[in-house]
Design a protein around this ligand. Structure first.
Ligand SMILES: *[C@@H]1O[C@H](CO)[C@@H](O)[C@H](O)[C@H]1NC(C)=O
Ligand SMILES: *[C@@H]1O[C@H](CO)[C@@H](O)[C@H](O)[C@H]1NC(C)=O
Ligand SMILES: *[C@@H]1O[C@H](CO)[C@@H](O)[C@H](O)[C@H]1NC(C)=O
Ligand SMILES: *[C@@H]1O[C@H](CO)[C@@H](O)[C@H](O)[C@H]1NC(C)=O
Ligand SMILES: *[C@@H]1O[C@H](CO)[C@@H](O)[C@H](O)[C@H]1NC(C)=O
Ligand SMILES: *[C@@H]1O[C@H](CO)[C@@H](O)[C@H](O)[C@H]1NC(C)=O
Ligand SMILES: *[C@@H]1O[C@H](CO)[C@@H](O)[C@H](O)[C@H]1NC(C)=O
Ligand SMILES: *[C@@H]1O[C@H](CO)[C@@H](O)[C@H](O)[C@H]1NC(C)=O
Length: 910
């Protein structure tokens, strides 16, 4: 009898059978359990698993919710209450759930659950497709109203969010009852990688009695292990109370309770036989199949008893040598590297072989179909721009990925598709779309756009200047709107030289001749002045722009057991008792409890930042960390977590490394590497200076390293990244006095030069370091960091704070300029600096760089790359003039890599 992959869910009945593990329940961090169709903002704890299920409201903005017919919402159908309600999607070809805050590049088990339950009273079970992001997952064929369906896929998630989409294929309205996400270690299910996913066909626990279903907490990953329904008469169950060792846990991790039961046959002349059918569909007419059989010996064999067997599939031998199970130690046979194709029914037969006196044995098995997950989502920058445009104009039926798959691209978009690079948006046609309000400046972020048609809407305001920076723009149609002001000269110029077709007729208030136009009244700056007038640190935006980074980790898992080939592609693991090393957690997410342990109950406060208090702590492996805990009082910013995909990739040796984060119920925290020597500010002026001031060469290295960190933010990131709060207290030093820039996670990615959406931007930064154009007009560019960094350079030279409290508060810039104007360099140099070891020319040079950086006009300031070059030259000068100087005792010579400023990020951003 063939097993069906979508089988009766006996979740409710499972309660009775679940054997609870010893001790506390396993870790559920990263588990996401969604009850689709539950009224918004409600949640409950599931009786069987004690897992918390929440409403799907936060994960989708489409569809309508329904209760299933009362005839099916009863324990006789199922006790899984998440199936008692559904969300259905009568409108639109594709509707999606977006789950934020997943860890990019890590492996997840994703499970969708279905019970039609005649929720619409039509008694018409539908057929529809499921997509995982932009890749086809499987077709869901609902056979009946009481059918309890499960679709499960194991896949690597590329982004910091995951989308699951239901696609209407014209055979009924798609619906869904539940959606579960469970993180998996990357070493498990090795065939699931960045380009290949595993769709579950079947997962069985042989020899389990009647209705016993094993899942969380017995299975720490909350996989569901089903008993075989209607076992044939030849099978007999055996079991043991003893725990089964799992030496192959890093590769195959089957719960001991599953392995403790098995089937054999009455005697050795009777084989174990069963079969599996594949599920061909319109995308995969001949799906590739991967099978895994899990075996262990459960009986302590007497003297001359032997149990060994061969496995055949459709009569063809699978195991070359007769296989002998090991007593109470899990082993696995599988064809992970070579999915089988060309067969729709796989007949398995386990036959006692050679001198076996005992029948074969089988404890558990899994069967998967492989799918491709190689299709790429649209370019992230295009996605964020078009998403902002969608939100501004409230386009309802733009769902899922904008360009992919091709057949489901958003209405009005044209995209370009290339092999192995993400699709790009090349055209937006929103003519006759009833748009009102002004033209979003996010259009200027669609860097590859060629055609932009906004004709015949009700758009008002002026044409954003930034549109003229779109270098590929060939057609711009603004006909028939209510636009005013003048046409940006850049657009006119391109229209005149023929590179742009510009249409703007039927805009009564728009004039094409800029001199005769009355400019629209400029927004008064008085409101902005309020922000600027706030005298101290302006940290308001911190909560809003709370963005977390996860340091992209290398897979260091060394515990992977080298497979031992048994034959015909069947592999076996762990016979040699290779006591697998502990799995490395892929997702460095901490619970609040972990943090309490790490910080010894939040005992030692290191300081207080804009985000909240910072605690001292140690990880289990001894790593010294700083834990920044967010004030519980600020509730904003929750949804901004882990949203900027690009930010997760930022790491550089001169940026403070984020080790992990915590996102518990109420607690938000960042775990950083600990920087034992504190801040540059404290080193220059702090109480704990301990009498010893930094030498000039140490100062020079510190600013050079910080500049390299900032250069990386400015140049290596896409979109570009502006720190916005560069200051000496955000430059941290480690035990080797190596400098790393901190707190860049609390600002936001830089969208575009001309973004005039002042209302969404607030001043982040510190008085004394704010560039004039940022303080007065909120203009954001890398140049504001250059300005602030110039202030830091002056601090390093003079040892003075950014605002010097003379009788009248003066900025360090004014103070230095006045003295240098008189040629008095000695008069500005920090009196605490050991004066025997510096080259005055070098100090002049740095002062010169600092003054250029703090130029009023942003255009006159150098780039961070220029600054790095200058500082490097200066350091070289310093080092050649003082060869053999060993006085800088705790400085490591290797801390400056002569090639670092460019090479580090080109390799790290691969
Ligand atoms: C579903 O049933 C519950 C009570 O059983 C009720 O409170 C809720 O309003 C119903 N929802 C819908 C969408 O009908
Ligand atoms: C999306 O909405 C637009 C405008 O309301 C409509 O013209 C278009 O047909 C819709 N597309 C789909 C796929 O529903
Ligand atoms: C994923 O596995 C398949 C099958 O083993 C292989 O062909 C493919 O190259 C792998 N992809 C990646 C990104 O490693
Ligand atoms: C095994 O069982 C079959 C059927 O019950 C029987 O015919 C056969 O003699 C048995 N063989 C042995 C070796 O006991
Ligand atoms: C598989 O077994 C069934 C009977 O259980 C048989 O009808 C079928 O022909 C077998 N298929 C193959 C390919 O051996
Ligand atoms: C099992 O495999 C061995 C080694 O290939 C072979 O000699 C034996 O005949 C096989 N037994 C069965 C029952 O297929
Ligand atoms: C945009 O779509 C309209 C029809 O809705 C069409 O007339 C127009 O030519 C399209 N614009 C471009 C630039 O393709
Ligand atoms: C366009 O907007 C104006 C001002 O908001 C409004 O009075 C007018 O009715 C709108 N016209 C259309 C066609 O939507």
């Amino acid at each position: 009898m063939a097993a069906r992959w979508l089988l009766l869910l006996l979740l409710g009945l499972a309660v009775a059978g679940v054997v609870r593990g010893q001790g506390g329940a396993p870790d559920t961090s990263g588990f996401i359990s969604i009850d689709c169709g539950l009224p918004e903002k409600t949640s409950y704890v599931d009786d069987a698993t004690k897992l918390k299920f929440t409403s799907d409201d936060a994960f989708t903005d489409a569809g309508t919710i329904h209760n299933v017919s009362s005839a099916f919402a009863t324990p006789t159908t199922t006790t899984d209450r998440s199936l008692y309600n559904v969300r259905s999607f009568p409108a639109g070809a594709r509707n999606c759930y977006t789950v934020p805050s997943v860890v990019p590049g890590s492996k997840y088990l994703v499970r969708a659950k279905f019970m039609y339950g005649n929720y619409d009273g039509l008694n018409k079970p539908p057929v529809f497709d499921l997509h995982l992001g932009v890749n086809f997952w499987q077709t869901v064929t609902v056979p009946s109203a009481d059918w309890l369906g499960n679709a499960e896929v194991i896949a690597v998630v590329p982004d910091d969010f995951l989308q699951v989409c239901l696609v209407n294929t014209g055979a009924g309205t798609p619906f869904i009852s539940g959606l579960d996400l469970r993180p998996l270690p990357s070493s498990l299910y090795a065939p699931a990688n960045a380009t290949q996913g595993l769709v579950l066909l079947d997962r069985r626990n042989f020899g389990a009695s009647g209705s016993t279903v094993i899942r969380y907490p017995d299975d720490t990953y909350d996989r569901v292990w089903w008993p075989w329904s209607n076992p044939p008469a030849e099978w007999s169950d055996i079991s043991t109370a003893d725990k089964v060792q799992n030496t192959i846990a890093p590769v195959f991790d089957v719960p001991s309770v599953v392995m403790q039961t098995a089937i054999t046959t009455r005697n050795s002349s009777i084989p174990i036989q069963f079969s599996w059918d594949t599920k061909p569909n319109h995308v995969y007419p001949d799906p590739g199949s991967i099978f895994t059989l899990y075996v262990t010996e459960l009986e302590l064999l007497a003297g001359n008893a032997v149990r060994q067997f061969n496995v055949t599939i459709n009569g063809v031998i699978w195991t070359k040598a007769p296989y002998k199970p090991v007593y109470l130690s899990t082993d696995a046979m599988y064809n992970g590297d070579r999915p089988y194709r060309g067969i729709t029914r796989y007949n398995f037969s386990l036959n006692a072989a050679g001198s076996s006196t005992l029948p074969p044995i089988l404890n558990a098995a899994e069967a998967f179909s492989v799918i491709s997950t190689a299709d790429l989502a649209t370019d992230a920058q295009d996605v964020s721009a078009i998403t902002a445009i969608k939100a501004k104009y409230q386009v309802k039926n733009w769902t899922g990925d904008p360009c992919a798959p091709k057949t489901l691209a958003w209405d009005g978009l044209t995209c370009s598709y290339a092999i192995s690079t993400p699709p790009r948006i090349t055209g937006v046609n929103m003519s006759y779309a009833g748009l009102s309000g002004d033209i979003s400046s996010y259009f200027a972020n669609l860097k590859e756009i060629k055609n932009l048609d906004l004709s015949h809407n009700n758009l008002t305001g002026s044409i954003p200047n930034v549109i003229s920076q779109l270098q590929f723009l060939a057609v711009l149609d603004l006909t028939g709107n209510q636009l005013n002001g003048s046409i940006p000269s850049g657009l006119l110029k391109r229209s005149q030289d023929g590179s742009l077709t510009l249409r703007y007729g039927n805009n009564p208030n728009l004039c094409s001749n800029s001199s005769s136009c009355q400019l629209p009244q400029k927004k008064s700056n008085s409101m902005l002045a309020v922000y600027v007038a706030v005298p101290v640190v302006v940290i308001g935006a911190v909560a809003v722009f709370l963005i977390f980074f996860i340091r992209k980790k290398k897979n260091k898992s060394k515990g992977t057991v080298k497979p031992q080939i048994l034959g015909n592609g069947v592999q076996s693991h762990g016979q040699n008792g290779t006591g697998g090393s502990l799995l490395e957690l892929h997702n460095r997410q901490f619970t609040y409890k972990d943090l309490a342990v790490i910080t010894n109950n939040f005992q030692r406060v290191l300081g207080k930042g804009g985000f909240g208090p910072v605690y001292d702590g140690f990880l289990k492996d001894g790593t010294h960390v700083a834990v920044k805990l967010r004030d519980e009082s600020s509730s904003q910013g929750y949804s901004e977590f882990l949203t900027e995909k690009t930010l997760t990739k930022i790491h550089h040796k001169n940026l403070v490394a984020l080790i992990g984060y915590c996102k518990d119920e109420k607690h938000l925290a960042l775990v950083y590497e600990h920087m034992s020597e504190g801040t540059l500010e404290d080193k220059l002026r702090g109480k704990d200076r301990k009498g010893r001031s930094l030498t000039w060469r140490q100062r020079l290295r510190i600013v050079l390293e910080s500049a390299q960190g900032l250069e990386y933010l400015h140049k290596a990131c896409s979109p570009r990244f502006v720190h916005r709060d560069v200051k000496s207290s955000n430059i941290l030093l480690n035990a080797n006095l190596e400098a790393k820039v901190a707190d860049f996670g609390l600002t936001t990615a830089f969208k575009c030069d001309g973004d005039t959406h002042v209302s969404t931007v607030r001043v982040v930064g510190t008085y004394g370091y704010l560039a004039p154009e940022y303080a007065t007009a909120l203009q954001v560019s890398e140049k504001i960091d250059i300005y602030s960094f110039g202030v830091v350079l002056l601090e390093v030279i003079t040892g003075q704070p950014s605002i010097i409290k003379l009788p009248e508060p003066t900025t360090i810039i004014q103070w230095t300029r006045q003295r240098l104007a008189r040629g008095n360099i000695e008069g500005v140099v920090d009196v605490n600096m050991p004066n025997d070891r510096y080259d005055i020319n070098c100090i002049w040079k740095v002062a010169d760089v600092a003054l250029k950086c703090t130029a009023q006009a942003p255009g006159q300031r150098p780039t961070m790359t220029d600054v790095v070059t200058q500082l490097k030259e200066c350091l070289e000068l310093e080092e050649t003039s003082f060869k053999g100087d060993t006085s800088s005792s705790y400085m490591t010579e290797s801390s400056i890599d002569p090639n670092s400023s460019y090479n580090t990020y080109t390799t790290e951003m691969s």
